[in-house]
Design a protein around this ligand. Structure first.
Ligand code: HEC
Ligand code: HEC
Length: 324
């Protein structure tokens, strides 16, 4: 009997030892990556200061979702605080107490927003620059012009923390907490797309849709969404599961007022409140672009990218029907 207990003891001790080793490994190797320095030369943008650019910058700040982490008054916001995952808190972007230093330069803004790198040359944590890298010079300059003019707000935001689970996911490439790591900083800038009601410009305006609606926009489960988030619908023009029966006016109403053609409201997790700031040209270009895409049945990409396809897909279709 005693022997059995001894073996159980050894096994447990061994397991605990392995866990501690794993923990130390995860912390050590994630810390090396988090502290990595990025020596990049951000484009030298000339930031305009005329009132119409600043007004457009305010619009783009909201439209592009900066409010989600930095708040509508830019004073910062805690969006997650969890013992396992950590703390995600957008910093104060005003020049008030707890905000950006007085000598924060135009280059510093470009380095942060386009490359996700801070003044210390370290990658900014949780700042989703990989989603902003493609902004053209005109739009990025307008956003910076706006940030530079906002009134000071005193707010000392929480410090960002990567918890143990977040670090593990980061090492497995499942949580891009350092955007600078996934951006190709030396790639040539994408050519500027002319602002017009073309599919090309619609694509420029729709790049973020894929984050939730999937690479081919056929919908499915939103990656890393909090529990209870509705499925992202198919927004290709498939007549059965997509928006193939919608008119241009239906689309405008969904994007601007969050109302579907059948009168059902669209959950605010779909950032239509931000998208409602689109101009007519932007919205129409997006319509032209979506119409030009191949029609897909619901969740097609998801089915391709996931291994356990059958079950979730059926579930998704069921849930989606219930949702509509
Ligand atoms: C998902 C949350 C999130 C979104 C969305 C986001 N940010 Fe950030 N941003 C952060 C966090 C967190 C930091 C601070 C990271 C750090 O200190 O390591 C940051 C840092 C910054 C900085 C640099 C501050 C400094 O100390 O150098 C600027 C400038 C900035 N963000 C602008 C923007 C703009 C403009 C947008 C929209 C186009 C935006 N952010 C969208 C989370 C976000
Ligand atoms: C943050 C995630 C997210 C992003 C980004 C996003 N969507 Fe959505 N979208 C959703 C979710 C979730 C729903 C379903 C909401 C519901 O069921 O009430 C939705 C619903 C919709 C609908 C209603 C479709 C229907 O059949 O009811 C349209 C249209 C739409 N999105 C278009 C877009 C476009 C265009 C973009 C890019 C400009 C976009 N979405 C970006 C998450 C997102």
């Amino acid at each position: 009997m005693k022997k059995v207990f001894k073996y159980i003891g050894y096994t447990l001790g061994g397991l605990i030892f392995l866990l501690i080793l794993l923990f130390v490994f995860v912390y050590a190797s994630s810390t090396i990556q988090i502290n990595k320095q990025y020596d990049i030369k951000p484009s030298a943008l000339k930031i305009p200061s005329d009132s119409s650019t600043i007004k457009n910058g305010e619009r783009l700040y909201v439209l592009r979702g900066c409010t989600y982490c930095h708040g509508i008054d830019l004073s910062g916001k805690t969006i997650m605080s969890d013992p396992l995952l950590g703390v995600i808190a957008g910093p104060n972007l005003t020049k008030g107490k707890g905000g950006l230093p007085a000598d924060y330069s135009d280059q510093d803004y470009v380095r942060a927003i386009r490359h996700g790198v801070g003044r210390s040359r370290k990658g900014l944590m949780y700042m989703s620059a990989e989603e902003f890298y493609y902004f053209n010079d005109k739009d990025l300059s307008a956003i910076i012009a706006y940030i530079k003019t906002i009134p000071q707000v005193d707010n000392v935001p929480e410090t960002n923390v990567a918890g143990p689970l977040m670090r593990l996911l980061f090492l497995m490439d499942k949580a891009p907490i350092i955007a600078a790591k996934v951006i190709d900083h030396n790639a040539p800038r994408p050519a500027d797309v002319k602002e017009d009601t073309t599919a090309e410009y619609g694509h420029y305006m729709s790049i973020s849709c894929a984050d939730c609606h999937g690479a081919g926009l056929s919908g499915g489960e939103v990656p890393a969404a909090p529990p209870g988030t509705p499925l992202a619908p198919n927004i290709t023009f498939d007549k059965k599961t997509g928006i193939g029966n919608w008119s241009k006016e239906d689309f405008a109403k969904a994007m601007r007022a969050g109302i579907r053609p059948n009168g059902k409201p669209i959950d605010p997790f779909m950032p239509w409140q931000n998208f409602s700031r689109m101009t007519d040209v932007e919205l129409n270009a997006m319509w032209v672009y979506l119409r030009s895409l191949p029609q897909k049945s619901f969740g097609e990409e998801l089915a391709k990218s996931e291994q356990s396809v059958q079950e979730p897909k059926e579930n998704n279709e069921r849930n989606l029907k219930a949702q509509k």
